[in-house]
Design a binder for this molecule. Sequence first.
Ligand SMILES: Nc1ncnc2[nH]cnc12
Ligand SMILES: [Zn+2]
Length: 342
Amino acid sequence: MYPSTDDALAFACRMPKAELHLHIEGSLEPGLAFALARRNGITLPYADEAALAAAYDFDSLQSFLDLYYACADVLRTPQDFSDLMLAYLERAAADHIVHAEIFFDPQTHTARGIPIGDVIEGLDAGIEEGRARWGIDASLILCFLRHLSEDDGFTTLAEAEPWLDRIAGFGLDSSEKGHPPAKFERLFARCRALGKPVVAHAGEEGPPAYVVEALDLLGAARIDHGVRSVEDPALVERLVREAVPLTVCPLSNLRLCVFPEMTRHTLPQLLAAGAKVTVNSDDPAYFGGYLNDNIRALQAAFHFDKAAWYRIARNSFEASFASEAQKATWIASLDACLVECS
Ligand SMILES: Nc1ncnc2[nH]cnc12
Ligand SMILES: [Zn+2]
């Protein structure tokens, strides 16, 4: 979609990297949605793949979420979840992603009567197959839907308990406005007490105050998006001082009208301030591309140099929930790639 035009871009596309903000349900391409619908005897309310893709014309986060939840209805069996995961991991490996921490929304599925074990075991089977085929490493982050109640979140956590060994952490997603992190303070305290790291979407459409709440009330180890933090200079200073990773998703922000055009994105400002910025694809099937497409779109707007891309990839490893030894191995391979590409 965006042609490789310079050395820095070639390096950025080729460098090993981690993806830390990817909703597996948001990687459901129209082709797979129709294939699963056929397999499960479901009729989608669109004539064909092109008609579905034509509906990807969003003016807000909510307008996207309405379609995203509707399409998730085709996911019924462990095999469906495994196929979805494998399709994403194949694309990720092609973009030189060596590690992915992948969000899933169990409440979207359990509300339709799908057992949570079918969701987790299906996704996990896909992860194991992806590791065998492409050597890619991946783990799961269970996200709670913030438009639902905290009690609903507690029910989901209890349902997930037999599979906690498959869960690397917990997150918070869905409609941000009107659903501040404070609503989930007790639930996230419980998640942290289980010994798992927690992350939260904040400062995507919501105000910088939600980023502060995610840090202070939820104990978030990373902020998903956080791009509106620039509206509060004291918050940016804090993000830099505390080295809080931001999992930024440029094409998502463009498609959901957080910014009117890529040249107005706040990523360069956050990076220049010294924030621990990473680049991710969020819901690539809906937003016009996978991780390297996000890199190409950023490069077309901002013309970053190799040092900036190196910093972004290194941040992605440092911000991951992998072991320190594993991070050091990935960073060594990034260093080697920088030398090869010079
Ligand atoms: N960008 C996003 N923001 C909040 N919730 C989401 N769920 C999937 N994508 C999301
Ligand atoms: Zn997201």
